[in-house]
Each structure stands twice: as C-alpha cells, then as structure tokens.
Design a protein around this ligand. Structure first.
Ligand SMILES: [Zn+2]
Length: 278
C-alpha cells in the first residue's frame, strides 16, 4: 500500500521571522505590506492541480487580518491548524503567555472555520528541552497533535525522534510530528523544508522519503508562502538568517511539484485518522 506523506504550510507573512523583533516589532506589522494572500494562493493552485490536501498552520495574526484567506483554504478542503498568534518562540514565553497566545489564535481561527483547532506548530520549532511544558498545555487545551520538535542541533535536539510518534503526558497523549531529516554519522540534515529542502540534492530528499515509506512511515514536509515569492521586501538581516530564508528560493515551486509527482501527500488529520483506526 502507498504510504501517504504529510504536507504542511505555515501561513505567515514575509516579516514573520523569529529573532528580528527589534528590527520589525509586532506593533509595526499592521503597517507593512502583506504578501501572504498572493503567495498562499500560489500554493493552493498547485495543490488544486495535483488534487492534494494539506495542513495549514495559520498564524492567528494572519487569520485576524485575512479571514477570507482562511475561508479559501478551508473551502478547498484543506485542514486548518495553528502556528500561534504572535509568532513568538515558545521558550521565550512563560507558560501563561504561551497558553494565552495559543488560545487567542485558536479562538480566532475556529470562529472562521466553525471547528476546533486540533494541531499546533511552534514558530522556529521552538518546543525544546527548556519548553517541554508547552506539550502539557497543548494537551490540556484539547490539541491532538503538535509539530514543533526538530531532531536537529541548534534549533532542536538531535536526540528527538525522527518519525511521528505518540507522546505520553501526565494527563493524556499528543501526537508529535517531526520534520523530515536525513541521519548521517555527524548530524541530522534538515530536508523537510526551509533551506534544506531547497539546497540539498533532490535525490537525497527523495531517497530519505522512500526509506521512511518503505518502513510504512510518513515524511513531514513544510513550506512557507514567502518561499514562493521572488520579490519579498528586502530587509537587512544577519548573513545566516538571509541564507536560511532566501538561499535558492527560486527552487521551492519546482521542488514541491517534483515531490507531488513522486509521492502521495495529505493532511496531518487524514494520516492520524488512519493510524488511530489501526
Ligand atoms: Zn513561522
């Protein structure tokens, strides 16, 4: 049987970049040009042509500013989950602030879709060893899955699991969906999205998805609307950040098309429904 992989999109604007709060403070977001609608529509069009459904982790700020865009995504049959409200790293928030940010985003989004939000992805994969408390809060708030723990050095922890798994918590459980990585003797390579998906040879990405699928496991791929835009407004960023955001950005569309040709993809909830049944 073909394994269905998981396709996800973090619905945020070009200025939602962790660590640049001093350069572009949240208070200025409303005055900035918004490009998220145009870029998300490009992704929706590719998915429509290929007949693929995905999970969209919507930032609460975007849902508030563009409720019609969320309706469009939902109306096209995709799953709506959340990326929090204000795009803050989890480990930079207190548990109370995290809960408020999460609840604010979830209530704005569910008022638009008419159903409760079940999935969360932290900005910059920021549930780490120092913010594992967030998992209990997600479970207490009725979330069924999370996709915020990267098995990678620097942004996460290479010891985290590299395949989707069920986290057992004090009061229940939560599915955790790590992004696709390629284990090597030295480090795990980030292949599931961002610069890794754009830079590494396509065949490396393909063979690592195949490896997972041959074990009956799905790969998790993630995209951002800004990666479909060659005209993102220019801002002065540290070189590393610039690389992470922009390196080979012109490849994203082609990479997505190849992945959709070579593999079967669907939303998180469609995969979990199947797993929970077995
Ligand atoms: Zn983000």
């Amino acid at each position: 049987m073909t394994v269905e992989n998981i396709l996800t999109v973090d619905v945020e604007d070009w200025f939602h970049i962790c660590g640049i709060e001093r350069l572009i403070p949240e208070a200025s977001w409303h005055q900035l040009e918004s490009r998220v609608r145009m870029n998300t529509m490009k992704i929706l069009e590719v998915l429509r042509r290929k007949g693929v459904k995905a999970t969209f982790f919507v930032l609460g700020f975007i849902a508030e500013r563009h409720p019609d865009l969320i309706k469009r995504i939902e109306g096209a049959g995709h799953e709506i989950a959340t990326h929090g409200y204000a795009h803050r790293r989890v480990y930079e928030m207190s548990p109370d602030t995290f809960r408020q940010d999460l609840k604010k985003a979830a209530s704005i989004i569910s008022a638009i879709t008419g159903y409760p939000v079940k999935g969360y992805r932290a900005p910059e994969w920021s549930i780490r060893d120092d913010s594992l408390w967030a998992l209990d809060i997600l479970q207490q708030e009725g979330f069924e899955y999370d996709s915020s723990m990267a098995p990678l050095r620097i942004i996460g922890n290479p010891d985290y699991a590299t395949i989707p798994y069920r986290l057992i918590l004090d009061q229940g459980h939560l599915w955790e969906l790590p992004p696709l990585v390629a284990p090597t003797p030295l480090v795990n390579l980030p292949l599931g999205g961002g610069w890794g998906l754009r830079i590494f040879p396509y065949n490396l990405i393909r063979s690592n998805i195949l490896k997972l699928n041959n074990q009956g496991r799905p790969a998790v791929i993630f995209l951002h609307p800004r990666e479909f835009d060659l005209d993102n407004p220019r801002i002065r960023l540290p070189l590393v950040k610039k690389f992470v955001l922009d390196a080979r950005i012109e490849r994203t569309g082609k990479r997505l098309a190849r992945l959709l040709d070579d593999f079967s993809f669907t939303s998180v909830s469609a995969v979990l429904k199947r797993v929970n049944k077995n």
